[in-house]
Design a protein around this ligand. Structure first.
Ligand code: PGA
Length: 256
């Protein structure tokens, strides 16, 4: 489905000024040995235009971090997929755990946003992951399956209708995000396997099973190992994606 071996997706969250975006891209290497890595950065709305401008020769795709499901309307404070498309944005994160935790996003609202993005031919990085209490009470599989249910139904439906539905799934255990606690290799392998098996069990053809990224305290010193784990197609990286020197190292690690 993709010519890229691995994906490095930076999530800048609510960080950076336009000036800092310019410095980031000027320091970003265009090393030829990372050509096989698909590079993405998800930035705040006010930075999208400068990110597009300064990333022009750097082979980095610019994504939004959130997007409404409707094309336009009375939704104060939201950004529509058509507005992102108009700017030249390639896609958006959907359902990041911080959106679910602080802004009341649910599987239902995340699926509406996903459909809105797809209707405008924008790619979706759909985030799922269990909370610590859910892991501790052995509910990880159940939680991941339920977070995937409607997404897989929609994906399958659109595939059958030959409609646009580019998708990446990001597995981000909530307890590992921004905490310095990375999931253990076995936990990552199990979760990624389960995610891909859910798509398979729904009858999705092997070449349309989406790439699955790991996220949660990925650092320059652990990404080499994480990105080489089975069924790990790359990373969704917060803190360690903010500095160009670190982003370069993450791409190097992914290219190995
Ligand atoms: P982190 O964030 O790498 O800083 O843990 C990951 C994310 O929130 O996507």
């Amino acid at each position: 489905m993709s010519d890229f071996l691995k994906i490095v997706a930076g999530n800048w969250k609510m960080h950076k000024s336009r000036k800092e975006v310019e410095s980031f891209f000027s320091e970003l290497s265009s090393a030829s040995n990372t050509q096989s890595v698909r590079k993405i950065v998800a930035a705040s709305p006010t930075l999208l235009e400068s990110a597009l401008k300064f990333s022009a020769n750097k082979n980095v795709e610019i994504f939004a971090q959130n997007c409404h499901g409707e094309t336009q309307g009375a939704f104060t404070g939201e950004t529509s997929p058509a507005q992102l498309k108009d700017l030249g944005i390639k896609g958006s994160l959907v359902g990041h755990s911080e959106r679910r935790q602080y802004f009341g996003e649910t599987d239902e609202s995340c699926n509406k946003r996903t459909l809105g993005l797809w209707n405008n031919e924008l790619e979706v990085i759909y985030c799922i992951g269990e909370k610590l209490s859910e892991r501790e009470s052995h509910k990880t599989s159940q939680v991941l399956k339920s977070q995937l249910k409607e997404l897989i139904q929609n994906y399958k439906q659109r595939l059958s209708e030959n409609k646009y539905c580019q998708l990446i799934v990001a597995y981000e255990p909530v307890w590992a995000i921004g905490t310095g606690l990375t999931a253990e290799s076995a936990q990552i392998v199990d979760a990624h396997k389960l995610i891909k098996e859910e798509f398979k069990a729904a009858g999705i053809a092997p070449n349309r099973i989406p790439p699955v990224l790991y996220g949660g305290s990925v650092k320059t010193n652990n990404f080499n190992e994480i990105s080489s784990l089975s069924n790990v197609d790359g990373g969704l990286i917060g803190g360690a994606s903010l500095k160009a020197s670190d982003y370069n190292l993450l791409c190097q690690a992914a290219a190995k």
